[in-house]
Design a protein around this ligand. Structure first.
Ligand code: KG4
Ligand code: ZN
Length: 374
């Protein structure tokens, strides 16, 4: 079964052709990073416009790279939620039009569950083994930070998510504050390697640090706005401790008074606080739900320090770690098309009424069954 998948939930226009949920025949990604860089974040209307301009060639390229004709396709899958509404609308409208033209079903896919499936794209057999479950999955990207429980029968539960900024946003906003460029994640990842991660102490929110009790309903939730504010104050403190720094400075100028070494130490300590919180929450969920497998996926799962600490912590907890391959961490359509095959096999296709949603709400269950045959 050949599925064409389309992903336009944020700032990547992506299309892929996937065979039987596991063979990636093609994967094309057109990134808009440069268009959004000057704003230090993704502008929804600008993203939608770029999707409109690029979707046609991206889809054509995916079909051509797969070495097929479009009439060989069995279904069109598309990310329908969550995401930026104007951006999702482009992909979903295009998918419906193509499905109608080819007279094949359209399948709406949850972007979150797509990210989780992406972690298994190169090892799909793990999803057919009982001892893989339950799975605790950390989805960390520019738009989301969430902990998801996946059981063997496909039932899923959104255990918690961020109550303010996403982890990727914490990276991007820090990079903006320090005038380092966009997106911040890869830049901070690189600079942190040269800094002292123990030099500055940044807060770890909702972790019960210092004996502070965390309310039950916030146990698996995240908050990254405090650490970002704390960075801002630390930058000010360092800058203004130097003779000659003007007393009144616009925020974006403060970092100009920091040395390269100070920036590297700040970035390393800041990253350590983010990674620490993520790992603490994953570990807590693993223990409380008796998970056998832990997954990290989404753009921030590319982070080298997170990957390192995750691997070490999972070894200690004796849990199987699944780290999404870097090419399936950031947004792509292969993960959407892989998961869509399971929906198709169980006739869980959508109608032309397929809607878009900006938020996740309740997560749908995954149609991943051990018996699913190609
Ligand atoms: O999954 P993704 O491509 O898009 C969303 O769904 O948001 O994730 C993009 C996010 C950005 O915030 C980017 O800064 C972050 O992932 N990111 C990283 C790294 N590479 C990308 N964050 C930390 N370390 C990295 N190496
Ligand atoms: Zn994503």
């Amino acid at each position: 079964m050949l599925i064409l998948a389309i992903e336009t939930s944020c700032d990547e226009t992506a299309a892929a052709v996937i065979e039987n949920g596991r063979t990636v025949r093609s994967s094309v990604i057109s990134s808009q990073i440069e268009k959004h860089a000057r704003y230090g974040g993704v502008i929804p209307e600008l993203a939608a416009r770029e999707h409109i301009l690029n979707i046609n060639w991206v889809v054509e390229q995916a079909i051509q790279d797969a070495g097929i004709e479009q009439n060989q396709l069995d279904a069109v899958a598309v990310t329908s939620h969550p995401g930026l509404m104007p951006a999702l609308a482009v992909g979903v409208s295009f998918a419906k039009g193509l499905a109608a033209t080819l007279n094949i079903p359209v399948i709406g896919i949850n972007h979150f569950l797509g990210h989780i499936y992406g972690a298994f794209l190169e090892t799909p057999d793990l999803l057919t083994q009982s001892d893989t479950f339950p799975i605790i999955s950390l989805v960390v990207s520019g738009g989301h930070t969430a902990l998801v429980l996946v059981n063997e029968d496909g039932t899923t539960q959104l255990l918690g998510q961020t109550i303010d900024d996403a982890a990727g946003e914490a990276y991007d906003k820090a990079a903006k504050l320090l005038n380092l460029g966009y997106p911040g994640g890869p830049i901070l990842d690189r600079l942190a390697k040269e800094g002292d991660k123990t030099l500055y102490k940044f807060p770890r929110a909702l972790c019960g640090e210092g004996g502070k009790a965390v309310k039950d309903d916030l146990l698996y939730h995240f908050s990254f706005s405090g650490v970002k504010t704390s960075l801002l104050y630390k930058v000010k403190e360092i800058a203004h401790a130097k003779p000659g720094t003007p007393t009144e400075l616009p925020i974006e100028k403060e970092a100009d008074y920091l040395s390269d070494d100070e920036i590297k130490d700040l970035v390393a300590s800041y990253q350590e606080a983010i990674v620490d919180v993520l790992i603490r929450k994953v570990s807590l969920a693993i223990r409380n739900f008796g998970a056998k497998t832990a997954v990290i996926c989404g753009g921030v799962a590319c982070n080298s320090r997170l990957r390192e600490v995750f691997q070490q912590s999972m070894d200690q907890l004796k849990v199987h770690p699944v780290i999404a391959p870097a090419k399936y961490c950031t947004d792509n359509a292969a993960m959407i098309g892989g998961l869509a095959w399971h929906y198709a096999k169980h006739d869980l296709t959508a109608s032309m009424d397929l809607d878009i949603k900006s938020r996740i709400g309740v997560l749908p269950n995954l149609p991943i069954y051990k018996g699913t045959q190609a």
